[in-house]
Design a binder for this molecule. Sequence first.
Ligand SMILES: [Fe+2]
Ligand SMILES: [Fe+2]
Length: 254
Amino acid sequence: MNHAKWIAHFQRNREHRPEPNWAAPFVLPESVLQPLRLSIAEYQLGDGGGPACLIAGDAEQFRSSSDAMRQIVDLWFAEEREHSRLLGCAVARIGARRVHAHWSFTAFLACRRAMGVRVELQVLLLVEIVSTVYYRLLRRHCPDPPLREMCSLILRDEAGHVAFHRDRLAAAGVSNWGLGGTLWELQFRLFGLAAAALLWLTHGRCLRALGAGRLEFCREIHRDLSRFVRRLGRTAQARTHPTMPAAQLAGQTA
Ligand SMILES: [Fe+2]
Ligand SMILES: [Fe+2]
């Protein structure tokens, strides 16, 4: 993996981040505000509001595999902390109360701690993919400009996080080819759907109140999971056949 590329990406991504105008006047009907308050407050806890680091028992082995990887992991989690800060501003803006514990967050942490760093990284990746759909729907349907601007900032970061995971997995020899790849893809999609179901269970009420439907949510989840698998295949193939033209690779993995 090209570590220098990712360090440069995270450093560059710190620039040009206009702060949403949190003081702008807003009018949102109470029917939307109530579920939105709960949802944003829970996300403020879940997205960088807890321990902003890898917490699996063997996490340090992965983080300390090289100085560059340590730097990348720390830069990645610094962005997660920033998400929590932005969401904290949104919590204050819409008059929500901060949440300090939630059963889904407790289960999320327990799962990450118990399973080892490889599983923790996949759990984080899947949460990032399904959260991308959440923020995208929020940005599409929420009429409040500062909240939409916040979603844009977070979506920009999450796109980088997902791409980093793709690169990391391809470098570790993971792809969707052959029997091993098919089995990997199957479990990836299954756990992805489980993460999506959990998200809909806890935040579906808010998304529905804003006008986002279940079908729209499912379509976006399916699209993002499929896109990740397809691009992983392409990245893995580009590593194996660095001289093959990009168009040919795209044809083989589309
Ligand atoms: Fe995040
Ligand atoms: Fe992330």
